[in-house]
Design a protein around this ligand. Structure first.
Ligand code: SF4
Length: 400
């Protein structure tokens, strides 16, 4: 950081600090009469740098496919010495190809920091350049130049592999200018520079709480432990009924009626009383519905006027049976404001992360969940972005 004028900013590009200390270079400088070689040697080094731009691929979505295609025979990036290396430590150019989210941005910055100098950055596609369609979305960074020093912008949605080649050629020109000391450094908004701090202190950070490391270690051990009971999270193995080989939708309907469901709407799954929810899941599992497909929560805000209705949440579940003739069983819970759904983690291990996702995005709580915390948004995020009343332009990130 340059703080001489009181402002924080990324370091300027310093040609003198490049220090190409190759032994051959030193030998030539030391040898009498060979100083005349320095100018051609400089050209040689420029040529070498320009034609060995190794790419670190930061490919997150559709633009990444075009980046991959550029390495294939039609464009063949190799012919200009550009090869892709999946490690930041040997790469010269980070190509960001795709949408970057606010949770991802600090990780991208960390990878950028691990690349050795001199290094370059290409923003490939309108998502990387500006956020594109997702610019106003709560979770998307409106352009990677809010936290990375971008050298070349390649417009398009997506730009094709030829456009990437064109961008690399423009970058070669920029490398040449930098070697000649003619590159003008860019200024970056200082308020953007604080956003890269990880929300959880890293292992090497002295500020990291040792209890956090211990808890993570314990959790990792538990996650990989053999589960003899075929259940998780305090589930009662003796309550699981033996598996039946086959079942039919009539069986499921009979079960639902037995559990007090009387309405079977044609346009949606039946609504099950909350107190029968876990029993239903256990019984279905015993009927060979062993795959937990999804849990999806929807927020219905309060309605006024002729169709007045209080705020509520619907949580939809789906299970799939295994074996030939596989079928889906689905049901919904209807929850009032503040009402929690009983967790299914004790019945299906797969419910764990999915329930966390619904908690994170919609704010539905799952009673008895062993680790109910955010999973997609940063830990310090305010509110639940998939609720209908969530203001999408809320000032809860450094970008807005
Ligand atoms: S710019 Fe278009 S093609 Fe590229 S990641 Fe965004 S949406 Fe996908």
């Amino acid at each position: 950081m340059n703080e001489s004028d009181g402002k924080r900013r990324l370091p300027r590009y310093d040609e003198a600090a490049l220090a190409y200390e190759h032994p051959l270079y030193k030998t030539l400088l030391a040898a009498p009469g060979l100083s005349v070689s320095v100018a051609p040697l400089d050209l040689l080094l420029s040529w070498g740098t320009m034609n060995s731009l190794w790419v670190f691929p930061m490919a997150t979505s559709c633009c990444g496919i075009e980046l991959m295609s550029a390495a294939a025979s039609r464009v063949d990036l190799d012919r200009m010495g550009t090869i892709v290396r999946a490690t930041p430590r040997q790469a010269d150019v980070m190509v960001v190809a795709g949408t970057i989210t606010v949770k991802m941005a600090p990780r991208v910055k960390l990878l950028w920091d691990q690349m050795p100098e001199p290094k370059w950055c290409i923003a490939m596609g309108s998502c990387a350049i500006s956020g594109d369609f997702y610019r106003e979305l709560y979770s998307v960074v409106p352009g990677i130049d809010t936290f990375l020093p971008v050298d070349v912008y390649i417009p398009g949605c997506p730009p094709n592999p030829e456009a990437l080649m064109h961008g690399l050629l423009r970058l070669q020109e920029k490398v040449k200018l930098a070697r000649a000391g003619q590159l003008v450094a860019k200024e970056y908004p200082p308020n953007r520079l604080d956003i890269t701090k990880p929300s959880i202190a890293r292992l090497s950070d002295p500020a990291r709480d040792p209890a956090l490391s211990a808890a993570q270690e314990k959790s990792a051990g538990e996650a990989t432990a053999t589960d003899e009971s075929d259940e998780r999270g305090g589930g009662n193995a003796s309550a699981v009924e033996p598996f039946a080989a086959e079942t039919t939708s009539t069986d499921v309907e009979a079960l639902l009626r037995e559990l007090g469901v009387t309405e079977f709407p044609k346009d949606g799954a039946p609504i099950v009383p909350v107190e029968q929810h876990v029993t239903l899941a256990r019984r279905l599992r015993a009927m060979n519905y062993r795959i937990f497909v999804h849990v999806v929560a929807t927020h219905f805000p309060e309605k006024t006027g002729a169709k007045a209705a209080p705020e509520r949440f619907e949580v939809a579940y789906a299970l799939r049976s295994v074996g030939s003739g596989s079928k889906i069983a689905s049901w919904r819970l209807s929850l009032a404001t503040g009402q929690a759904a009983p967790t299914l983690v004790g019945v299906f291990a797969g419910a764990d992360w999915q329930e966390r996702e619904q908690f994170d995005l919609v704010g539905v709580r799952f009673d008895g969940h062993p680790d109910l915390r955010r999973i997609m948004m940063p830990g310090n995020w305010e509110g639940h972005p998939l609720r209908k009343d969530y203001p999408a332009d809320k000032a809860c990130t450094p970008w807005r």
